[in-house]
Design a protein around this ligand. Structure first.
Ligand code: ADP
Length: 572
């Protein structure tokens, strides 16, 4: 059962009022009763003292009959029982009874006290008159000797009647006090619970989203402080909510204006945020609360999510969704455990790329036959032709060879792009390099270049044909662009990766060209490259192959200071 503050305070007040009333009732009654008895006893004492001299005279002279008559007359007049007892406890006179018939009174409490010289007092039952009585007894002295006791007494009947009426009045007053306290308790309890109730109502309104809830209080106590704090808190909340709402609106607008599909999931993969573009991509009506795999049906995405780590690395890959191609990037927010997906539509780019690839393949294929034919005829003409035309034939041959190289490189690049899977196996670098170096021997000795190998006995997991192509292109470049010095090939390995470095002492690459050096057809010095039979495609092919192996390639170089190509291949 729920007990309200009002009821609690009320019960508290009532308990206190009832306790106080009972205490007042008990103590006040006792005090009044004692006071009353004391007053009566005082009066009786005074009566006794006023009679003392008459009684003492009659007692000492032994006139018991006169004493009894005096006592009876006086007793009737002042409506008080008067008894005279000698020092042995024998009753000499009594205003209400025959003294001769009365028993010895020595053992009576008030008599014993008076015989000792004190004023004896007692409220007790009288065996003689069979009534409750208030007694006061004083000693009677004859020449300073206690010769008897004068006792005056009152019937308690009147005392009790008086006390009863007193008790009734005290009870009535107590009841009035209780009733008044109850009314006051209700008022006080209400005063305490009222502001609390207001606070509860206001908090309830705030909890339901009504931030205009305010508490107005006239009091100047702690409730005023509490109300002020509450109002301040609500106003701060209102400002915060307004700020948050406007920020959320901005975020929503920004999010929905982004062309990329964006979706955020919680730890369990449940979607908590997404934008319009994402909704268009997955073509779904209800999205919120669904798991991402229910909408993004792609094994690649699942695998990427599994590979996410707490470092916050972004994983990207091309995926297919509903016939469209998307570049999907996934990142992990370690602090909240959320996953952020973005889908960039690359369908058109992919189509263009396919068209371009097909075009390159077709052109290369189509050009190869006429070029081979031209080359054949040029060589025939060279053999048979006239000396005069030899110079032109030489030029035609050079250009034809260059065209053939370009076609070959283009075809190779297209093939590389077309084949996604690598045929990997354990490749020993030293073994792989052997035939390549043999192939380049004439060029090396032609230029007087040294070659140094420091590859120990290192094995890498790679596609041997493609890795061979990498070395052919790099060594070919080093030879092409070095006139003297040496070419060094080193390989180092640790548990995570293999680093292969091809370094030369040739003309180097000016710094400003390095960022673009891997672009297709990009050459530093067109005429030099052409003279060397370069196509500008060699490094693109190398980069493509290394990336297919999930590796990286870097070039460090300066003009006239040689070039240093570093390849890093991860170990499985
Ligand atoms: P190319 O067939 O012209 O050599 P690459 O793609 O292999 O095409 O190289 C692109 C350009 O980079 C070259 O034209 C050359 O200017 C520069 N280059 C590549 N390797 C070296 C090197 N080892 N030393 C100096 N320049 C180099």
């Amino acid at each position: 059962m729920r007990i309200t503050v009002f009821v609690k305070a009320l019960i508290g007040y009532i308990v206190v009022a009832a306790l106080l009333s009972v205490l007042v009732l008990v103590f006040a009654f006792r005090i009044v009763k004692n006071y009353h008895l004391n007053t009566l006893a005082d009066n009786l004492t005074k009566i006794a003292i006023s009679m003392e001299s008459d009684v003492t005279g009659l007692v000492s002279s032994g006139r018991t009959d006169s004493l009894d008559t005096l006592v009876k007359n006086l007793g009737a007049k002042i409506e008080t029982r008067i008894t005279v007892i000698d020092s042995a406890g024998i009753v000499l006179a009594d205003s209400e009874n025959n003294p001769k018939e009365m028993e010895n009174h020595k053992a009576r409490k008030e008599i014993t006290a008076a015989l000792k010289g004190d004023i004896g007092q007692a409220l007790r039952f009288s065996r003689t008159v069979k009534k409750e009585m208030l007694y006061v007894a004083i000693p009677i002295r004859t020449q300073s000797e206690i010769s008897g006791v004068l006792r005056v007494s009152l019937y308690a009947r009147e005392i009790n009647a008086l006390l009863n009426s007193l008790q009734q009045r005290v009870i009535a007053v107590t009841l009035v006090i209780i009733a008044v306290s109850l009314c006051l308790a209700i008022i006080f309890s209400r005063n305490i619970s009222k502001p609390l109730r207001r606070l509860v109502d206001a908090s309830r309104r705030v909890a339901q989203g009504d931030f205009d809830a305010n508490i107005i209080t006239k009091s100047r106590d702690e409730f005023k402080d509490l109300s002020d704090s509450f109002n301040h808190m609500v106003s701060r909340l209102r400002t915060l909510i307004t700020d948050l709402t406007s920020e959320k609106e901005t975020l929503d607008t920004v999010l929905n204006s982004i062309q990329e599909g964006i979706v955020v999931t919680d730890k369990s993969g449940k979607i908590s945020l997404y934008n319009d573009s994402f909704q268009k991509i997955v073509k779904a009506q209800s999205i919120k609360g669904k798991f991402f795999w229910e909408l993004i049906r792609s094994a690649k995405v699942g695998a990427m999510v599994e590979n996410l780590d707490a470092k916050g690395n972004v994983l990207s890959d091309n995926i297919e969704l509903d016939g469209g191609n998307y570049l999907c990037s996934i990142s992990f927010i370690s602090s909240s455990g959320q996953i952020v997906f973005s889908f960039h539509d690359v369908t058109e780019i992919m189509q263009l790329s396919t068209i371009k690839k097909d075009f390159v393949v077709n052109v290369s294929h189509e050009l190869r036959t006429p070029l081979t034919a031209i080359k054949g005829f040029v060589e025939t003409l060279e053999d048979e032709g006239v000396d005069k035309s030899k110079r032109y034939l030489e030029i035609i041959k050079r250009h034809t060879n260059r065209l053939i190289s370009i076609v070959n490189d283009l075809q190779q690049l297209s093939e590389l792009e077309a084949v996604e899977q690598l045929e990997v196996e354990e490749v020993n670098i030293a073994q792989l390099l052997k035939p390549i170096l043999k192939m380049f021997e004439p060029q090396l000795s032609g230029k007087g270049l040294q070659i140094e190998l420091d590859v120990n006995d290192i094995d890498v997991t790679a596609d041997p044909f493609k890795l061979e192509q990498v070395f052919i292109n790099l060594i070919d470049n080093s030879i092409k662009y070095s006139e003297k010095g040496k070419i060094t090939i080193t390989a180092k390995q640790d548990t995570r990766q293999t680093k292969i470095v091809v370094e030369d002492t040739g003309i180097g690459i000016p710094k400003e060209h390095i960022p673009r050096i891997f672009e297709r057809f990009y050459v530093v010095d067109k005429s030099h490259s052409r003279k060397m039979g370069g196509t500008g495609l060699g490094l693109s092919i190398v980069k493509h192959i290394i990336q297919a192996h999930r590796g990286t390639i870097d070039i460090e170089s300066e003009a006239r200071k040689g070039a240093r190509v570093t390849i890093t291949l991860p170990r499985e």
